[in-house]
Design a protein around this ligand. Structure first.
Ligand code: ADP
Ligand code: MG
Length: 726
């Protein structure tokens, strides 16, 4: 299965958007973010601090300022990842940052402007161009899915009913890792088709929200592309490689304000914070490297990104910043987040011949259909030979032609051949004077059916085959050699720039370490000066680190306060629910519910067990309880005791009409009279105008019955047999 077991770190790039018009007109000149593109450094100025305070510097794999082009970011930072996906690796690109800093711009951009097309449309281009240029012995199958996570619910954006159905569930398999159950996936044969899929999903997102930006800043959007490639290996067998690409546009990273919001809004804010803080915790745990437990299960987002963070995937994180001084705190948090993510190590490997490859199923189905068609062809040929033997009058030239045609294995030819044969048979049947009319009809009907079946089979075969993309098929319409060369060169340049930046960064680190070694002092004075300079440098470094520690502490205090607040809210809600349970739900009902609860660790939630176990449902339902001896109908132990105690009229008996007569306790010796009286009394009771009062009377009787001794409390007809038994 695995080809490459080496680990590699998550690639982190930072992009800062230009100041927008509003910011330009309102704020002081310039932003707070400076970038050194050559070194890959971001320098952040605190607008509230004194000018003497040192600025904060962060180093990343690459940085892109406001003037950067979409194409540059793609070629330098994304292209290698997509190439890996085409080679069978898993890949993830996610955009992280505050709302309005350019996450969607980076991921999608302006589709119609070639200069402003983002990562996703460029990736579409890249994938399909690669397929069209690859060798013809390769077969590809490309699938796309689109989902969003909103308030911890997964919604399938390609399912037209997604808003009415409940969120999808996550499952885990050893083969594919974590996946979404029942997620729609569309087979795409061209750039146009995959763009269409994206459009449908985007429309679904818009429909679900009144304000797109409002909605998109609160939900995470994931576009998933699976590329399966089949290629003959050195052993002569076809091997399938599956690359999965996740393109993620995260919710705005700013803390959703929880103060002053209630109900639904509070829950929503808590849930958005939950998945983003869970992502932060996962990144921290992974970056730390020491903590054994990584809390992937804390949110849907982190579970879905489980492979991308610390697992089998190559990952690029694009952290987006805004240059406005007003957002200094958020910008700093984003940079810290991104800085931490650099330390995550992944173990990407090629996914070769997984059991669930759809391409394999498609290939099998195509082979099966082909075999069926061949079989039909063979059968028709045999039939034809039979007919030919009988039909002596046929031309020998025609025979020759037929033979030639039969040799042709192409499906189209076969269909034509088949049609001709069926037509001939039809004519023969019609002309045959000896056949009865019904028989003729029957044979014609059979022929028609056969014809239809063949047509259906051919159509199915063609449809299946058209879904597979064959490499090298349309190389001419897609590109020419020059364009290919240009791209290779562009790639080389991007690679060169990346290497140069890496070397520069290494040099900077080494410079600081070796500066001391290179220095030779001619005089004591010079030495003192040099050392003072160094001391000053180290001192400023110390100050920087101290400030960093203070910032971190403040941040921790802030998030702890927020957590405490959430905890308080939740405790309050819990107490409220307890209050309801204790005051409105009878204890035995509560116990019943508690006994039926089971915890599903897979889903991370509590579920109700069915009242009747599934397998014994019918046997239990069919069998009704039998009544105890002496009772007319099944009666519980509790009811029996209640009858004995005369506690409540509900448990006493069924025929209240006799209660009137039972005012004095029945005497076992006069039971016959009692029965007689009962038959006499019933009609008069029916007609009595005071019938309604009987109920009242019976209840008063019930109260008085308490004083009646147990032995004589057989106060209803149902109790009579018991009395008789005495
Ligand atoms: P987010 O998705 O992070 O909320 P958007 O992608 O919607 O932010 O960007 C907000 C605005 O900023 C959009 O109008 C977008 O066109 C603009 N913008 C973002 N990044 C850039 C950039 N690098 N260059 C030019 N405009 C940008
Ligand atoms: Mg957005």
């Amino acid at each position: 299965m695995s080809k490459n077991k080496s680990s590699e770190s998550v690639k982190v790039v930072v992009r800062c958007r230009p100041l927008n018009r509003k910011e330009e007109s309102s704020g002081p000149v310039g932003g707070i973010v400076q970038m050194d593109l050559r070194l890959g450094q971001v320098i952040l100025r605190n607008p509230r601090a004194s000018p003497s305070e040192p600025q904060k510097t962060f180093t990343f794999d690459a940085v892109y300022d406001g003037n950067s082009k979409q194409r540059d970011l793609y070629d330098e930072s994304v292209r290698p990842l997509i190439d890996s996906v085409l080679a069978g690796f898993n890949g993830t690109i996610f955009a992280y940052g505050q709302t309005g800093t350019g996450k969607t711009y980076t991921m999608q951009g302006a589709w119609l402007d070639p200069e402003k097309r983002g990562v996703i449309p460029n990736a579409f281009d890249h994938i399909f161009t690669h397929i069209s240029r690859s060798q013809s012995d390769k077969q590809y199958l490309v699938r796309a899915s689109y989902l969003e996570i909103y308030r911890e619910e997964i919604r399938d954006l390609l399912d037209p009913n997604h808003s009415s159905t409940r969120g999808l569930d996550l499952r885990e398999s050893p083969e594919t890792g974590v996946y979404v159950q029942d997620l729609t996936s569309c087979v795409c044969k061209s750039i146009k088709e995959i763009e269409e899929v994206m459009n449908v999903g985007n429309q679904a997102r818009v429909v679900g929200a009144t304000d797109m930006n409002e909605h998109s800043s609160r939900s995470h959007a994931l576009f998933l592309i699976t590329v399966e490639c089949s290629q003959p290996g050195p052993d002569g067998r076809k091997h399938i490689r599956v690359g999965r690409l996740n393109l993620v546009d995260l919710a705005g990273s700013e803390r959703q304000a929880k103060t002053g919001v209630h109900g639904e809004r509070l829950k929503e804010a808590a849930k958005i914070n939950l998945s983003l803080s869970a992502l932060g915790n996962v990144i921290s745990a992974l970056a730390d490297g020491r903590s054994g437990h990584v809390p992937y299960r804390d949110s849907k987002l982190t579970r879905l990104l489980q492979d991308s963070l610390g697992g089998n995937a190559k990952t690029v994180m694009v952290a987006t910043l805004g240059p406005a001084p007003a957002h200094y705190d958020e910008t700093l948090t984003t940079l810290r987040y991104a800085n931490r993510a650099k330390n995550i190590q992944n173990q990407p490997k090629v996914n070769e011949d997984p059991k669930d490859a759809l391409l394999r199923e498609f290939q099998k189905e195509i082979a099966r259909l082909k075999a069926q068609l061949n079989h039909r062809r063979w059968r028709s040929k045999q039939k034809k030979e039979q007919v030919d033997c009988e039909d002596w009058g046929r031309d020998s030239d025609e025979e020759m032609e037929d033979e030639e045609e039969a040799v042709e294995t192409e499906t189209d030819d076969y269909v034509k051949l088949e049609e001709q044969r069926l037509e001939r048979e039809k004519e023969a049947i019609t002309e045959d004077q000896f056949l009865l009319v019904e028989e003729k009809q029957k044979l014609l009907g059979d022929l028609r059916k056969e014809q239809e079946a063949t047509e259906q089979l051919t159509a199915k075969y063609k449809a299946m085959e058209s879904k597979l993309l064959v490499g090298g098929k349309n190389i001419m319409d897609h590109t020419n050699e020059q364009q290919k060369m240009l791209e290779v060169k562009r790639q080389e340049i991007a690679e060169q720039t990346r290497k140069e930046r890496e070397i520069q960064q290494q040099m900077l680190v080494q410079d600081e370490e070796t500066v001391e070694l290179r220095e030779t002092f001619t005089s004591l004075q010079q030495e003192v000066e040099a050392k003072t300079k160094k001391l000053k440098k180290l001192y400023s470094k110390l100050q920087c680190i101290k400030a960093e520690i203070k910032d971190m502490n403040d941040e921790h205090v802030g998030s702890r306060q927020e957590l405490e607040q959430t905890q308080n809210e939740l405790t309050r809600e819990l107490k409220f629910k307890y209050l309801i349970i204790e005051n409105f739900i009878p204890p035995e009902e509560k116990n019943k519910i508690m006994n039926r609860l089971t915890f599903d660790p897979e889903e991370d939630q509590w579920n109700f067990q069915p009242l009747v176990p599934a397998q014994s449902k019918f046997s239990q339902m069919k069998k009704r309880p039998t009544s105890a001896v002496g009772y007319k109908r099944p009666i519980s132990q509790y009811a029996r005791v209640a009858i004995a105690m005369g506690a409540h009229s509900r448990f006493r008996a069924e025929n209240i009409m006799f209660l009137e007569l039972d005012m004095c306790p029945p005497n076992p010796s006069s039971l016959d009279c009692l029965a007689e009286a009962a038959t006499n009394q019933t009609p008069s009771q029916e007609n009595s105008p005071t019938r309604n009062r009987d109920i009242h009377k019976s209840s008063s009787w019930c109260q008085s019955s308490k004083s009646i001794p147990f032995s004589s409390s057989n106060n209803s007809l149902s109790a009579c047999p018991a009395a008789l038994a005495k």
